[in-house]
Design a protein around this ligand. Sequence first.
Ligand SMILES: N[C@@H](CCC(=O)N[C@@H](CS)C(=O)NCC(=O)O)C(=O)O
Length: 292
Amino acid sequence: MHYIAKYFDKFAVTKTTNCNDNKVNVFLYCNYYSFYSQKVLMALYEKGINFEPIEVDITKGEQYSSWFLKINPRGEVPVLKVNNETIPDSSRILDYLELYYKPESPPLINVTNDKQVLKNINKFLLKSGDIGSSKYLRKLAEENPAAKGILLYKADMQERKRQILSNQDEYLKILNAVDHVLSEVELLLQSQNQGNWLCCETFTIADINLAILLQRLWELGLENRFWANGKRPLLEKYYKCVKQRNSFKQTIPSLPFHIKMIFLSQPVRYVGAAGAVTVGVVALIYILKKIV
Ligand SMILES: N[C@@H](CCC(=O)N[C@@H](CS)C(=O)NCC(=O)O)C(=O)O
């Protein structure tokens, strides 16, 4: 039995096939900048599922507030809520959406019977990590006896990740590993027919993972290292195509959204000052347009 099927059987998760689409009964606790949330958001858009995102501000530690720890004791987004069922972890959510929630919606994993294509899709379910403050997690562990074990475990993990990322050799090893994966991706793209996506003619979960990874690398300014200027021409073309996809545009925050988030993440007194400046700039543009 598929491992996720075992998980859902254990928690008696029911298959949802005929729910009323006008009434939203699917909620995603997420953060628009989180790698894992983005994967799930893009899958929901690809599948055309009607859902409501509930943003958890992980930059302000909202994932460790008691209301959220009750939903996910690991203090992580994304978490999917369907009716009264709560599903944490992006991989579990993606499997749930594929196998249990409206199985008639466009598949992202089970797109074919071709074993090689399925093998490639699974191979490119790329994973990534994140870092945070282990000191803060240890403090929270003391304040939240119910979640102490998991918070202490996360603090250890964060320390190990920080050690790796602050060591130049270790950091280079990670970049080399990404290089290796992207070389395999370039080879796979070479073997595809014109107009195909990464593994076949259908846009799959492997494409979602790759799209989100490429976007993250681009945001880090690493496109020159990995694909631009003829380094990996097929990957470069692929990234241009995937950015045109509606689900990608809906998932990745736009420039106005970035500006709004920067504005909202400032302390109140700065927001007041920034507001005044913004109003001033808008007024100035308006005046200049009138004059010119
Ligand atoms: N294995 C989890 C990882 C989720 C995860 O690490 N989420 C990050 C955001 S990308 C998070 O919530 N970090 C907050 C924290 O750990 O404090 C998944 O695949 O969903």
